[in-house]
Ligand binder design. Sequence first.
Ligand SMILES: *Cc1c(COP(=O)(O)O)cnc(C)c1O
Length: 391
Amino acid sequence: MTKRDKFLPFHLPCIGREEIEEVTDTLRSGWLTTGPKTKRFEDMFKGYIGTKYALGLNSCTAGLHLSLVASGIGKGDEVVTSPITFPATANVILHQGAMPVFADVRPDNLNIDPDKIEELVTPHTKAIIPVHFAGHPCDMDSIMDIAKRHNLVVVEDAAHALESEYNGKKIGSIGDFTSFSFYATKNITTGEGGMLTTDNDKLIDKIRILSLHGISKDAWKRYGVEGFAHWENYYAGYKYNMFDIQAAIGLQQFKRIDMFLEKRKRYAAMYNDAFMDMPEIALLQEIGDIKHAHHLYVIIIRTEKLSAARDRILGEIQKNNIGVGVHFRALHKQPLYKEISGYNKYVLPNAEYASDRVISLPLYPKMTEYDVTDTIKAVKAGIQAFCKKYY
Ligand SMILES: *Cc1c(COP(=O)(O)O)cnc(C)c1O
């Protein structure tokens, strides 16, 4: 009854004729790597966010890492971040030989709690990486205030937050550096890809150079109309550049940002209406003057009211042919971070509560309202299997 005929994947990208034609055009053009389309995509992006600079990269992770490298974060430094995030957010801190320090999240939107950040600041603290979880902006006024008072760099993980706004300002235009993701499941995709935004005049050149081997000029300019120019090697840089096949997809995806968001927003509202009155489910809240990017639709299963843990309920939903996800199991409970000495000391009650209870439901423009309705039915059936109440 509740089981669909066909499995509904947790996510499907929305790739159309426009993307395919733009990629084909790139393939025929003879210029495949970083070039004119990457430049056009960067220009569109910085116009959209309203920053001086946007740098195309091969991932959001690369943008987070380069921000730390350029800011001189290294051995002995501490960087405060959220435990409710994808491993990349904290791994880049370790890449620099610095220590991730996890601050607990707010229970109502699972974003990092500024009061908890403040408690963890030591003389070693050099940066904060807030994560705009699911597309809900963090409390940036409080975070920027802490950063200012303690002289910390703010690197925003905006993997979920392409369209997000905080007090009328676009995410990407507030902290020192912001990194966006175009991974296959994100709000827009280039397959793999990322974009770094900043207004920092002093560091943008260094970051750009670091993103392509640490050499002074990219190939496009070296062999272009301006004639031959030698490159110079300044840093032991990285291979993080975006290339034109990615940018081709991005240029076309970019045109549909608003349409994509409109659909996700409508589906999120349908989910909210359906689950609002269920005591077994806690919904995430929208707090303050914000625009939500609705990257993920996350519910918190109040398993204390049920006779099974999250994974059993999740399995039940999947059995009804609905693909679901878990965003995220708390990082400080992962083997890597438990192993690093001192990490067992962490008591982060809100993160741990959510870690064992979150389920993400399908939310993407390729879905139909029927798919949303099927998902709602499957969630209700999954919960009903382990409680007395009938839905
Ligand atoms: C997806 C994701 C990343 C990593 O993005 P990539 O583009 O794959 O590097 C980082 N942080 C969060 C919160 C994410 O969801």
